[in-house]
Design a protein around this ligand. Structure first.
Ligand code: FAD
Length: 509
C-alpha cells in the first residue's frame, strides 16, 4: 500500500484475486477437543484476524495480563481496516471536538445513531458506545493514532489533513431535527486517503510493542470445542500443515465480513451481490462467521450492508435531483452517500438516475457514473432516458417551483443545495447498482452482547468464544448513516472482547 492511498482502479485490481469462497458453515465444522491428540501451542487469548477489531482486542487482552497470539490468514496484516479511510465515529465532547469549538453530548450522539439506524437497532450497544466515546477516542490517541485539532466543513471524507468533519447524515433531514448535529468523523490527520493505514500502523505497532505474538499466513480453520461446549482453541492452517492451538482463556474471532465470498453474499445479501464493486480486503470471506455458526452461534442482519453511491464530491451535484424508474424523487440528495446507496440498492430495485443541469453537472471528467442521456430540454431528456411519459417533467416542474424559493417540501434538502434545474444541457446519469461505481460490504454477522461474547439462538454465551468487527452484527446497520461507525464499532467492541477474554476463567487444565 502506497502513501498516496487507494484509487478506484487499484482497488478493483486488488480485489480481482478474491476467491469464490466457502459455504456458510462448510469446512468450518468444529473439532472435538477429545480428538486432539496433540496441542502444538498454548496461549491465553487467541485472536483470529489482524484488522482494527483484532488489534484492539489483542492490545486490551495483553494489557490485562494475558499472553496473546494473533493470527492472520493473509501474508500482510491490517485487513480492510488498513485500506479504509480510518474514520472513527466519536462524539459526546471528544478532546478534538472541543478543541475545534464544537459542543456535543452522549445523548445527542445516541439520538442520532439510535434514531436513524433503521428499525430496531441494538440499543444496548449504541448506548455503551456513546457513553464511552470520549474515553474511546482518548484511547486511540494513547495508542499513537495521529490526530490534529483541525475541522473541515467539506462533505466528503477529508482529503486534506483535517481530523474532524461531518462524516454522515447529521445535517440532512430528518436527522437534523432528531438530534443536535455535531461533527463526529475523527480521521488520522494526514493528507490523502491514508487514514486507515495510519490507524493500523499505530495499532499494529502497539500490539507488537506490548508483546503480542503476531503470525501472518496462518489461517483459523475450525474451533476446537470441549465436551461441555466450551471453546478451547483453534485448528489453524499454515502452509500445508494444520496445527492445534489451545486458548486457556478465550478465542476472539475478528476475521472481517464476507463481501468476497460471492456464494455467501448471493444467498444472504442478494441486494449487495448486485453492487458493482465489492469493497474489502481479500480475506473478507466470512470464515469467522462460518466458524461461529458451526458451534451454534446466532447470526443477525445477514442481508444488510454498506451500499454506497458517491455522487459527491463535488457538492455542486447535490443541486441536481435523484429519481427512480418512475421519474420521481425518493430522497433528499444531500443525504450521506451510504443512505442514498441504501435507498437505491434496497428500496428502488437497484435503479436510479441523477439529473443535472449545466450548473450541477460534475464539472470534470469522472468515470464513476455513465451519462445515459443528454438534451437541451427536460422533455427530450425524459424521452431519451426512457422515463414514463410526462413523469420527469412533472417532477422537475414541482422541484423547480419550490427550489426557486429555497424550499423542498418533499425532502427538505438543505437550502444551500437548492436551485432550479434550468440551464441546459440536462444530463441523466445512471446510478444503478450494476452500472455505476457502487461499492458494498457486509454488516451481518454473529450475535454478540456488549462484552463481545458470542451468543447462541437462546441468547446464551458460547463459553470461551468472543467476536468483534464485521464478523459481528454490530453498530453498522442498513441504512449506514455515517462514515466511521464501522471502524468505531470494530475498535470499541474489539477492546471489550479483549478485556472479557483476558478476564475469562479459562478452560479446565
Ligand atoms: C476502501 C474502504 C474504505 C473504508 N473506509 C471506512 C472508514 O473510513 N470508516 C469506517 O468506519 N469504515 C470504513 N470502511 C469499512 C471498514 O474498513 C471495515 O468495515 C472494517 O475495517 C472491518 O474491520 P475488521 O477488523 O472487522 O476486519 P478487517 O480489517 O478486514 O480484518 C480482518 C482480517 O481477518 C483476516 N482473516 C479472515 N479470515 C481469517 C481466518 N480464517 N484466519 C485468520 N485471519 C483471517 C483477514 O484477512 C483480515 O486481514 C472502509 C472500507 C473500505 C474497503
Amino acid at each position: 500500500m502506497s502513501r498516496s492511498g487507494i484509487g478506484r482502479r487499484q482497488l478493483l485490481a486488488g480485489l480481482a484475486g478474491a476467491t469464490a469462497g466457502i459455504a456458510l458453515t462448510g469446512n468450518a465444522a468444529p473439532l472435538a477437543a477429545r480428538e486432539v491428540t496433540r496441542w502444538d501451542e498454548t496461549t491465553d487469548v487467541l485472536v483470529a484476524g489482524s484488522g482494527s477489531a483484532a488489534c484492539s482486542a489483542a492490545i486490551e487482552a495483553r494489557l490485562a495480563g494475558a499472553e496473546v497470539l494473533l493470527i492472520e490468514s493473509l501474508p500482510r496484516f491490517g485487513g480492510s481496516s488498513a485500506m479504509s479511510g480510518g474514520v472513527v465515529y466519536a462524539g459526546g465532547g471528544t478532546s478534538l471536538q472541543r478543541a475545534a469549538g464544537f459542543e456535543d453530548t452522549a445523548e445527542d450522539m445516541y439520538r442520532f445513531i439510535a434514531g436513524n439506524s433503521g428499525g430496531h437497532p441494538q440499543l444496548d450497544k449504541i448506548q455503551r458506545y456513546c457513553e464511552e466515546s470520549v474515553e474511546h477516542f482518548d484511547w486511540l490517541v494513547a495508542q499513537g493514532v495521529p490526530y490534529n485539532n483541525r475541522f473541515t466543513d467539506v462533505k466528503e471524507l477529508t482529503l486534506g489533513d483535517e481530523s474532524l468533519y461531518f462524516s454522515g447524515n447529521e445535517l440532512a433531514w430528518p436527522a437534523r431535527e432528531r438530534s443536535r448535529p455535531a461533527p463526529r468523523g475523527h480521521v488520522p490527520g494526514l493528507p490523502g486517503m491514508t487514514g486507515g493505514r495510519s490507524l493500523m500502523e499505530a495499532l499494529l505497532a502497539r500490539t507488537g510493542s506490548l508483546g503480542v505474538t503476531q503470525r501472518a499466513s496462518t489461517s483459523a480453520r475450525r474451533l476446537i470445542v470441549e465436551s461441555d461446549g466450551r471453546v478451547a482453541g483453534l485448528q489453524v492452517a499454515a502452509g500445508d500443515a494444520l496445527y492445534n492451538i489451545r486458548a486457556r482463556r478465550g478465542v476472539v474471532l475478528a476475521c472481517g465480513g464476507f463481501i468476497h465470498n460471492r456464494d455467501m453474499v448471493q444467498r444472504h445479501a442478494p441486494a449487495l451481490f448486485d453492487c458493482s464493486a465489492p469493497w474489502g480486503n481479500a480475506g473478507d470471506l466470512g470464515e469467522g462467521i462460518a466458524m461461529g455458526v458451526a458451534v451454534g452461534a446466532e447470526t443477525l442482519r445477514m442481508h444488510q450492508g454498506f451500499a454506497i453511491t458517491p455522487i459527491y464530491p463535488p457538492e455542486s451535484t447535490l443541486a441536481g435531483i435523484v429519481v427512480n424508474a418512475a421519474g420521481q424523487r425518493f430522497i433528499g440528495e444531500d443525504a450521506y452517500y451510504g443512505v442514498l446507496g441504501d435507498a437505491i440498492a434496497y428500496h428502488q430495485q437497484g435503479k436510479a438516475w441523477l439529473i443535472t443541469d449545466a450548473a450541477s453537472n460534475f464539472g470534470f471528467h469522472q468515470d464513476n457514473f455513465v451519462a445515459v442521456a443528454e438534451a437541451a430540454t427536460i422533455g427530450d431528456l425524459a424521452v431519451r432516458a426512457g422515463f414514463p411519459q410526462g413523469a420527469l417533467q412533472h417532477t422537475i416542474a414541482y422541484y423547480n417551483r419550490f427550489a426557486a424559493a429555497g424550499r423542498d417540501p418533499l425532502f427538505h434538502k438543505q437550502s444551500k443545495y437548492l436551485a432550479p434545474l434550468a440551464q441546459p444541457p440536462f444530463t441523466a446519469w445512471d446510478l444503478s447498482v450494476k452500472r455505476a461505481f457502487f461499492t458494498a460490504h457486509t454488516f451481518g454477522g454473529l450475535h454478540t452482547d456488549t462484552d463481545s461474547r458470542v451468543l447462541d439462538s437462546r441468547g446464551e454465551w458460547i463459553r470461551g468464544l468472543y467476536a468483534a468487527g464485521r464478523t459481528v452484527a454490530g453498530l453498522p446497520v442498513a441504512p449506514y448513516i455515517a462514515s466511521g461507525l464501522s471502524v468505531g464499532d470494530c475498535t470499541f467492541f474489539g477492546r471489550r472482547a479483549g478485556v472479557a477474554a483476558a478476564g475469562s476463567g479459562g478452560v479446565s487444565a
